[in-house]
Ligand binder design. Structure first.
Ligand SMILES: [Zn+2]
Ligand SMILES: [Zn+2]
Length: 345
């Protein structure tokens, strides 16, 4: 089968691999019916994920159909349509029992698919701990609607959840890339008083305005003044930083009111500095990523109820055999690409 493989530093290439087999009784094999490219795939390509292994098939955003299950898999069966979770977790260790599945201590725990073990930019994928890693897709939810459930939508849902949002709050979301847009939808489910989205790209600002007219949109240059004009207590009650630059990190704490929660979802290329003397007296609470992706059932329920819809993010579609063109488009934002769905050939 065709597999987009991390062949060496800075290099992905299409290679031929055998269809994976069950190697553990908790495994399942899934035929990939739709996958996507994530910014984290670019992080692997550019060498900023040191734990990524050469030779693995990349890709960790996908949906598919179960073709085979191990003897200890009980929640899914062959023929089931499933969303695949980016995270692999045992469900039994200290961290899993607390819901911190990102820190699962199993050797395959955390972000393994498409990083340390073969992922989903291919035809079939083996999913360990299938009872935790696969969520059946309701009949009234399409593959396109479910495509982001296990990764960027899980991240947005988790970010909104840990930010402890109330209906009195003014929320600032920094960054309206794919994950920022998923975060925005999950934040709006909590019905805060006001939502402000800061984004540097003009087309993406326009996208937010057209899709979510109730949201205030600003540029990074306008961000601090926009927040001050639209918040009642000298800054945003909650800031969710999804952009990932040195500047956006600084803006996140600057725009927060005293005693705010600042949730950092972004992945940075550089270490960030907390200038504590400048923040003294602001009494901020920082919460940091990555996602504990264990709410996929709930997210799929919200999609089925039409409360979340991420299909407008899918701006382009490519077959698997042209995935390298899709990478190029995704990386450079050509043709205003937000997310690209990859279909089987
Ligand atoms: Zn991802
Ligand atoms: Zn665990």
């Amino acid at each position: 089968m065709k597999s987009l493989t991390y062949v060496g530093a800075g290099q992905f290439a299409m290679t031929d691999k055998p269809i994976p087999e069950i190697i553990h009784p908790k495994d399942a094999i899934v035929r990939v019916t739709l996958s996507s490219i994530c910014t984290s795939d670019l992080h692997i390509l550019h060498g900023s994920v040191p734990r990524a292994r050469f030779g693995i098939t990349v890709g960790h955003e996908m949906v598919g159909v179960v073709t085979e299950t191990g003897t200890e898999v009980g929640n899914v069966k062959p023929g089931d349509r499933v969303a695949v979770n980016v995270e692999t977790f045992c469900g039994e260790c200290f961290f899993c029992r607390h819901g911190w599945v990102n820190n699962c201590t199993d050797p395959d725990g955390g972000w393994a698919l498409g990083c340390r073990i073969d992922g989903g930019q291919t035809e079939y994928v083996r999913v360990p701990f299938a009872d935790n890693g696969l969520t059946p897709i309701p009949d009234n939810v399409t593959d396109r609607q479910a495509l982001f459930v296990g990764d960027i939508l899980a991240t947005g849902y988790w970010a909104a959840k840990i930010s402890e949002i109330s209906t009195d709050d003014t929320i600032l979301i920094i960054g309206a890339g794919p994950t920022g847009l998923c975060t925005l939808q999950c934040v709006m489910l909590r019905e805060p008083r006001h939502v402000i989205v800061c984004e540097s790209n003009e087309w993406r600002r326009e996208f937010v305005r057209s899709q979510y007219p109730q949201v205030t949109v600003c540029t990074p240059e306008e961000c601090l003044s926009t927040v001050m004009q639209n918040s009642r207590h000298g800054g945003a009650d909650r800031v969710i930083e999804v952009a990932g630059s040195d500047e956006s990190f600084r803006m996140a704490w600057m725009c927060a009111r005293p005693n705010a929660i600042v949730t950092i979802v972004a992945l940075y290329n550089n270490p960030q500095v907390l200038p504590l003397p400048d923040m003294y007296g602001k009494n901020l609470t920082f919460k940091t990523g990555g996602v504990d992706g264990c709410d996929c059932d709930e997210i799929l329920r919200l999609i089925a109820e039409r409360k979340i819809d991420t299909t407008p993010l899918i701006t382009h579609e490519f077959p698997l055999n042209r995935i390298l063109e899709a990478y190029d488009m995704f990386e450079h934002g050509t043709d205003n690409a937000i997310k690209i769905a990859i279909t089987p050939d």
